[in-house]
Design a protein around this ligand. Structure first.
Ligand code: ITT
Length: 208
């Protein structure tokens, strides 16, 4: 029987990045809609912890118990040095605009970031991702980070979230300018999931 892991995220940007990563690892995936799990208000309470790791485990655990399918989840965000690590685990809802979603929400968050840094010369920031895997045999979590600086204007239309404002130290361009494969090599998400998969009992083929 083919094994498929549940990619437990509602974020389409994350899904776009995770599908090729799992495909290259030879692991079949299903997303939450494939698995017949439409969004529910119970999910609002999942990310209530102060660390990325605890939130990622909470998401993966919730969806594993709900579906019975081994589940991976990611909790991620931006930590800005001059803002003492904000927005951190609050990155998604930082703007306070509960009425917005998708690109409109990203836009509001980016506008707040530019406003908060408008008088700051220190533009250093890092993205952090905790990637969690929960199945019947236990729970694992791995972290990835990537460093860069926040520009004064967005550049590029690729990616999602804070990508157009984040100039990667590794790439010398913003994550909004980098295509998926280029971003994945150095990104917090690429690093976290590669570390997670390196520690996994992997897939059914037994070739690796
Ligand atoms: P799920 O919980 O359903 O996975 P989410 O968008 O709620 O989706 P998070 O709680 O982990 O995910 O919030 C992450 C936020 O951090 C995300 O909405 C972006 O604003 C930002 N973020 C995380 N990774 C990013 C990336 O690679 N590029 C740009 N912004 C990112």
């Amino acid at each position: 029987m083919n094994r498929a892991v549940l990619l437990a995220t509602r974020n389409l940007g994350k899904l776009r990045e995770l599908r090729p990563l799992f495909a290259r690892a030879g692991i079949g995936v299903r997303d939450l809609m494939d698995a017949g799990l439409p969004e529910s208000s119970d999910e609002d309470a999942l990310e209530s912890y102060s660390t990325f790791e605890e939130n990622a485990i909470a998401k993966a655990r919730y969806f594993f118990h709900l579906s019975g399918i081994e589940a991976v989840a990611d909790d991620s965000g931006l930590e800005v040095a001059a803002l003492r690590g904000e927005p951190g685990v609050r990155s998604k809802r930082w703007s306070g605009r509960a009425d917005l979603s998708g690109m409109a929400l990203d836009h509001a968050n980016n506008a707040k970031l530019l406003a908060q840094l408008s008088f700051s010369d220190d533009r250093r920031a890092r993205f952090v991702c905790a990637a969690a895997w929960v199945d019947g045999s236990g729970e694992r979590v791995a972290r990835g980070e990537t460093h860069g600086r926040i520009l004064t204007q967005p550049r590029g239309t690729l990616g999602f979230g804070y990508d157009p404002l984040f100039e990667s130290d590794d790439l010398g361009m913003t994550f909004g300018e980098a295509d998926g494969p280029a971003k994945e090599v150095v990104s917090h998400r690429g690093r976290a999931f590669r570390a997670l998969l390196a520690g996994s009992p992997l897939p059914e083929s037994g070739n690796g």
